[in-house]
Design a protein around this ligand. Structure first.
Ligand code: NOJ
Length: 534
């Protein structure tokens, strides 16, 4: 059908960090069986479940877990602690029965140092796999080949005593960079992608998609200040050497393969050049991640301007997406304050585009305070300037039982003491819980063509501490209005002559049945409301 939207445009995608979702074999880390067990929580076809459309799995491949799966030692298998290919196939099948698609993480800038490709590559300078990684001689002062920095800290080069050359790693030394200039490497990656597509995977989230090829002249990067917002210790213009136009050529090949299967490519790319990754002919990633709101203070003015500038920058055919949390950042509730979590949910699920939701944010999980001896995240253990990502990766809080119902064993990361009250089971029983609000929002979005795929228009409303926008099609219209302050406000809407009913509030179950003229709406502190406009 010509104008039927692709499935992913209307999707709410739920990110699962597999080690922390549900452990069924009592080893303290989550597993694929655990995800299968919880599918009905995610979508049982009724409004009693969350109602998500797809799961993005953070890496499930075999890995020594130096970066908890972002260091892959086999692209065509499942980590034995998480399951095996049969469990994976069962997950795809069981998820499919509930209308849930599976999106994999594709980590191909680098492998693990334990990947057999690297083992071969490092074995001798004339090994056929030598050119699958990036090897260079030391510089004149017997140091690393150039000044390129690792994103986790220190130099991006490590000397390997076996052959006396240095290999490149933009992340940990345990994560050697693949040489994507080599067509054989590209072919091997695409073959792995096909392997999973054949098993029914609906798409890939591509790790550091803008960094896949680097300057192959290996000249020093200019030394000035790093772009604002980039967490690299050294003042080195790394983007000059790590962002290469040839990366786009590889992504085009990947896109062609994805298109054969109707699959989606979602890319982790820097906001600075995110739009380029749709491709000049819309022939690269369907969704370059939009991270513009993930680090933003909870304040109406900057959020309004980020949404509006993102919306107005998108070209024809470039579909938006929104993300408020993921495994690399502080928990949403901890970042903006639990008191704002309800309004954030309402905003996220009424914006235009594909929505990404990080597991546990739907119950308001918070960062878990940890001692240094509880930390697992390697960069934070090795480099003092690196904040640990562990506090936002802790086990899902299912109930107030042992280990929050996550596992019968001691979990791999500590669980927040608030799990006694902040858990799925408790929120399931409470019609006013955050979980209940997420469910109502997702189901309202699903039922409404305007909310799931209609246009967006920002509204000018006084006071400016209010965020207001319309979502509409020719047949349906909604007004969304959110109070970012801790005071009751009465924004004046008289100039818009809206007439409508309140269909959802963050603060109550109260709905209005009869449309009335919306002039001075009352919003309680931090309240958000959705009105159906007639
Ligand atoms: C980005 C991932 O999101 C992060 O978790 C990982 O450590 C790095 N890429 C390296 O793969």
């Amino acid at each position: 059908m010509a104008n039927k939207l692709s499935w992913w445009k209307n999707a709410v995608v739920y990110q699962i960090y597999p080690l922390s979702f549900r452990d069924t074999n009592q080893d303290g880390v989550g597993d694929l069986e655990g995800i299968i067990e919880k599918l009905k929580y995610l979508n049982d076809g009724t409004e009693k479940s969350l109602g998500i459309d797809a799961i993005w799995l953070s890496p499930i491949y075999p890995s020594p877990w130096a970066d908890f799966g972002y260091d892959v030692s086999d692209y065509c298998a499942v980590h034995p602690a998480l399951g095996n290919l049969a469990t994976f196939d069962a997950l795809v099948e069981e998820a499919g029965k509930r209308g849930i698609k599976i999106i994999m993480d594709l980590v191909v800038n680098h492998t693990s140092q334990e990947h057999p490709w690297f083992q071969e590559s490092r074995s001798s300078t004339d090994n056929p796999k030598r050119t699958w990684y990036i090897w260079q001689d030391e510089n004149e002062e017997e140091g690393p080949p150039n000044n390129w920095p690792s994103f986790f800290g220190g130099s991006a080069w490590t000397r390997d005593a076996r052959t006396n050359q240095y290999y490149l790693h933009k992340f940990l030394p345990e994560q050697p960079d693949l040489n994507l200039w080599n067509p054989e490497v590209q072919e091997a990656i695409l073959a792995s992608v096909r392997f999973w597509l054949e098993r029914g995977v609906a798409g890939f989230r591509i790790d550091v998609a803008d960094l896949l090829l680097e300057d192959n002249s290996f000249a020093d990067a200019p030394v000035i200040n790093a772009p604002v917002g980039h967490d690299v210790a050294e003042p080195i213009r790394w983007e000059k050497v790590y962002w290469r136009p040839e990366t786009h050529e590889f992504l085009k090949k990947l896109r062609k393969l994805l298109d054969e299967y109707g699959a989606i490519g979602i890319g982790e790319v820097s906001p600075a050049h995110m739009l380029d990754f749709y491709g000049a002919e819309d022939d690269e990633l369907q969704l370059p991640f939009n991270f513009s709101l993930i680090g933003m203070p909870w304040s109406a003015a900057p959020i309004r301007s980020a949404i509006n500038s993102y919306e107005s920058s998108l070209g024809n055919g470039q579909w938006p997406n929104y993300v408020l949390g993921n495994h690399d950042n502080k928990r949403l509730s901890s970042r903006i304050g639990p008191e704002n979590a309800r309004a954030a949910a309402l905003m996220l699920l009424t914006l235009r585009g594909t929505i990404f939701l990080y597991y546990g944010d739907e119950i308001g999980m918070e960062d878990v305070p940890m001692n240094r001896d509880q930390l697992k995240d390697t960069p934070s253990l090795r480099f003092s300037h690196k904040e640990s990502r562990d506090p936002a990766r802790t086990p899902m809080q299912w109930s107030n039982e042992f280990a929050a119902g996550f596992s019968g064993a001691e979990p791999w990361l500590p669980i927040h003491e608030n799990c006694q009250t902040l858990n799925v089971e408790a929120q399931d029983k409470d019609r006013l819980s955050l979980l209940a609000l997420y469910r109502r929002l997702i189901h309202l979005r699903k039922k409404s063509v305007a909310l799931s795929s209609g246009a967006y228009e920002s509204l000018y409303v006084i006071p400016k501490t209010i965020l207001a926008y319309r979502r509409y099609t020719t047949s349906e219209e909604y007004l969304i209005i959110i109070n970012f302050t801790d005071k009751t406000v009465r924004p004046d809407l008289s100039e818009y002559h809206f007439s409508g009913c309140c269909v959802l509030s963050t603060h109550s179950l109260y709905n209005t049945k009869q449309p009335k003229l919306l002039q001075k709406i009352i919003l309680r502190p931090r309240e958000g409301k959705v009105f159906r406009i007639y």
